[in-house]
Design a protein around this ligand. Sequence first.
Ligand SMILES: Cc1ncc(COP(=O)(O)O)c(C=O)c1O
Length: 962
Amino acid sequence: MHDTLSQSPDGVPGKSSLFAPCDTFPRRHLGSNAGEVSKMLESMGFQSLDALIDSAVPARLRLSGPLDLPAGLGECETLAELRVIALKNKVFKNYIGQGYSDCIVPAVIQRNILENPGWYTAYTPYQAEISQGRMEALINFQQMVIDLTGLDIANASLLDEATAAAEAMHMAHAVTKNDDARAIFVSELCHPQTIAVVRTRAEPLGIEVVVGDEAEFDFKQKKAFAVLLQYPDTTGGISDYTTLIEQAHAAGALAIVAADILALTLLRPPGEFGADIAVGSTQRFGVPMGFGGPHAAYMAVKDALKRLMPGRLVGVSRDVHGQPAYRLSLQTREQHIRRDKATSNICTAQVLLAVMASMYAVYHGPEGLKAIARRVHAMAEAFCARVMTQGFGALNGEFFDTVGVKCHAREKRDGILKRGLEQGINLRAHGEDVILVAFDETVTGADFRALEAVFGVEPDPEEDFTSASWKEIGFRDLFLRTSSFLTHPVFNKHHTEHEMLRYIRRLEARDLSLTTSMIPLGSCTMKLNATSEMLPVTWPEFGKLHPFAPAEQTAGYAELCEQLSAWLAAITGFAAISLEPNAGSQGEYAGLLAIRKYHLSRGEGHRDICLIPTSAHGTNFASAVMAGMKVVTVGCLEDGDIDLTELRAKADAHKERLAALMVTYPSTHGVFEETIGEICEIIHERGGQVYMDGANMNAQVGLMSPGRIGADVCHLNLHKTFCIPHGGGGPGMGPIGVAAHLAPFLSRDGSNPASIGAVSAAPFGSASILTIPWAYIRMMGAEGLTDATKIAILNANYVARRLDAYFPVLYKGRNGLVAHECIIDIRGFHKTTAEDVAKRLMDYGFHAPTLSWPVPGTLMIEPTESESMEELDRFCAALISIHAEMSAEESGAADAKDNPLKNAPHTALSVIAGEWARPYSRETAAFPAPWLREHKFWPSVGRIDNVWGDRNLFCSCVPVGE
Ligand SMILES: Cc1ncc(COP(=O)(O)O)c(C=O)c1O
């Protein structure tokens, strides 16, 4: 067994010598110590961990040597090394704008949400009864977006503004009644990164992107299904889009408006001038820029479009006691149900950041937000007035936060930009002679004066930034917002820090996160998100960088990204890595685009068939369609393996058009398929490429690699294998690794038609959370990472063995072993459903395993390496105890309807309610296991009525009194 698991001479596992630091990390990350590992192995009849791994993992796929990674460092040394890298980033004062603004993260939100594992370690709220806190925060987010955009319904976040605009394009394309309208008109004044992502998304679908001046676009000449406008535009200007939108509607096109969320507190909202869809970023509502992310994008639509909306939507339903309760609504829209018919592949989104943005609105309230917006606007107006006195011109007559300063000569402009850089100030060049100066809430009087100096403006001694001379400057009536917003009480009562703190903590207490117990969700890898990994995320050297800051200021990020890419390349066995995709779904899309470009480059652009096993994740199907491919499914055999005969037949039938196979390894059935090598060969022999879905990389790291197995491209869910917390449903990161022949296509440079182009708004996606996998890999080292994989496999097999006698393990691989997860079958019981078991687990203090995926009526358990033997035993004991309850139900010993399973979960209120008329005790209801006496997690609502929620769709804050 490896020495990270064994004791060194001075008693600290993993230490190489007496003088080596005592804060070794693998022993903190791995749940069990050497003694417990031995016990687990013994219970399964294995002499050693390696003996188990040799039995479970096909030898011919194994790596021949250790990973080429540095040895692990202690926690302090790792942070010190990362600090050195961080300090290579230069924090300048940013006036770049372009969709990213510095902001003040309220400390109460930073500490109690962004830095709080109670919030950041939760999973997507599929188990609604134990996720009410974050769903309330998300309903607040939706209400905030609805109010500010003036539209009917909003979702619970998208990945970034640019991809949100592309999603809107997809929606508009899906609903267009103009069959011959294949174009989208995009204003040239949209943010450049938005135009780039829209172009990328449009190309494989055969959509023409017409970029130009909206004043000149003629709907009669060109049939368009949508227009995309920026409000205020990227140069800061505010235009009246009413007539243009009327023309678009008359021509049967939809209007999509990308709008600045803060500006909407003062400006007429898009819904009031006819927009059908509004998108944007909520970053400036208290979320650090982080060199591009993560931040929550928003989307709001007219009611008629709600069933086509991408992403998750929180709605209000009611629980079994008739109380209002939140749940995810209209899930039948989503990729996991609609697969290749879905309009979007979005799965992981940006929940944690949406929660932060909503809390910013709760904390400031409508008046506070307006005050911030007025201050930002007044500064911009004051600055404009000041520079005008020095002979500069104004690009726009009306603007919100961004002043376009005409310098009248390129040299003069460049001189100012240079002076700015010398003073630690970033400005944005535009056109021939313009400088764009975007203000934000962090700008102080001193900053203002420094800016004046850069433009050669003499400071006005009379100007006092604290006095009434800060007159409020309004907009023309035409642009002025007159409608009220955020009138719901939640936005009007938590304005003191005490109230805010208590509100945050109250919601947190309603959610089960990793701070309570293991979250054994198969395919989701809910492992430890270590505090040392999380600390750097909020360092200003990572948080305060603008994604389009000059490269000289971002050397630290460059080094971090280079090192991380090299390490991920070593782990995956690939030649190149792109860190741009900001979720697994986006990685799939980017990887498939690389395959598409590769075929095109070889004159084989006709290859458009993507084979996908029926057991694959819904995102696979949706991503393939978005990449312009046609999906052909391949079935699985009784034992869960891909049906090779069918695969071969379908690959043959489509061999002229075969583009790719998407395959997950180990399979979504939790086994190492022996035939994976042959599967790759079948595809390659017929000219196709193998896309490996890396969601299950936790079973591969250090033992095998996608490159060695034979894949050409693979995405990694950094929010699974590499410790980025799930944040309650996001953020995530989905970088891709590619073999050498695909590397030339990875660039985001749109000017190269051979490259895939931009897939995220920012070049490194959600860059600030790349610090987490960096720290994880640095602390674990090659040996620690390999041990993690081995222990993940051990833990899954231990749980499988313990439960098999009660719930048959559905699929097993070689020697009756599973990989890093196992599926237990509930279908042998006719009266208890898998859902009943999931809800009853809540009474025992556990989150359910993955429910009914990939096989209906089953539970998929992934313990991960971070859970201790004690926790695994507790979880198994809970399921075994539930098995006894199921047997009582099955045999008729328990009432068919009134039993602990059917009534689960039990809330505190339901068990203390005066009369207790149930045929089982209150103790059985709420304290069915001994450990609950020490710590009891109370679900805050009873079982939720899903059908009622969809029939009575309501997706905003519950009116007071209900
Ligand atoms: C097998 C598999 N593939 C793809 C995905 C999609 O990844 P993401 O949610 O990061 O978009 C998931 C997510 O759970 C998954 O389990």
